[in-house]
Design a protein around this ligand. Structure first.
Ligand code: A5P
Length: 230
């Protein structure tokens, strides 16, 4: 799928012009975009970029992309011109689940603070039904994860995320609960709001409000389908 991811990423990057502020998402598909942007920066493209995770920040810095600090950018109240980011799955209404890398809270903030949100995926990410396709990542305050997991039981079973035998810690120093929702949990729009109402929840990986403006779907043969959300 690497060819598909790369093709989708590069198609989205063609929209980047000098003078823009660009949101940089997180994940393996976005990594292709970051590498492409870095090549263009070396050839004279003048942009500044806002990273959505420490991993993205590290990679972008190592490749020489000029960065704006994530917190300073949000505090400035300014908007990015384009945000480019991947997704774990996307349905026909352009609704997403994100956060397999644990960065969805920052990713959502930057997507909301961007004039245009371009989502880059390969064909394996396309689903008919959003709910039930992949677990929904829920970022939680560490000292409340057990009570949050209990409260989330009305939506489904939530499992504390671990990585290499240790509790996974987000860039915001929080934990992640991966929620496998019950089949009768209802509409994703409502679920996104209801999960965030649980005390101790920071944000969840459902993106049903800030939808992508364009979806770039990379195919295994390197072709790209461009779907506009109009
Ligand atoms: C990071 O937390 C996620 O939201 C990623 O954007 C998403 O998981 C897509 O990642 P890949 O491009 O690696 O599949």
């Amino acid at each position: 799928m690497n060819l598909a991811k790369k093709a989708a990423a590069e198609a989205a990057c063609r929209h980047i012009k000098s003078g823009m502020v660009v949101g940089l998402g997180t994940g393996s598909t976005t990594e292709f975009a970051i590498r492409r942007i870095a090549e263009r920066v070396k050839r004279g493209l003048k942009i500044s970029a806002v990273p959505t995770s420490k991993a993205t920040e590290k990679l972008a810095l190592s490749l020489g992309i000029p960065l704006v600090d994530y917190n300073e950018f949000l505090e400035s109240g300014k908007q990015a011109d384009i945000d480019i980011d991947g997704a774990d799955c996307v349905d026909p209404l352009f609704r997403l689940i994100k956060g397999r890398g644990g960065a969805h809270t920052r990713e959502k903030k930057i997507a909301v603070a961007s004039k245009r949100f371009y989502c880059i995926v390969d064909t394996t990410k396309l689903v008919e039904e959003l709910i039930g396709s992949v677990p929904i990542p829920v970022e939680v305050e560490p000292n409340r994860w057990e009570e949050v997991a209990d409260s989330l039981l009305r939506f489904g079973r939530a499992e504390l995320r671990e990585k290499r035998g240790k509790v996974f810690i987000t860039d915001n120093s929080n934990y992640i609960l991966d929620l496998s929702p019950n089949a009768d949990v209802g509409e994703p729009e409502r679920l996104e709001v209801d999960i965030n109402r649980v005390p101790g929840v920071v944000d969840n990986g459902l993106f049903t409000k800030r939808l992508p403006d364009i979806l770039f779907v990379g195919h295994p043969d390197g072709s790209v389908r461009v779907l506009k959300n109009e």
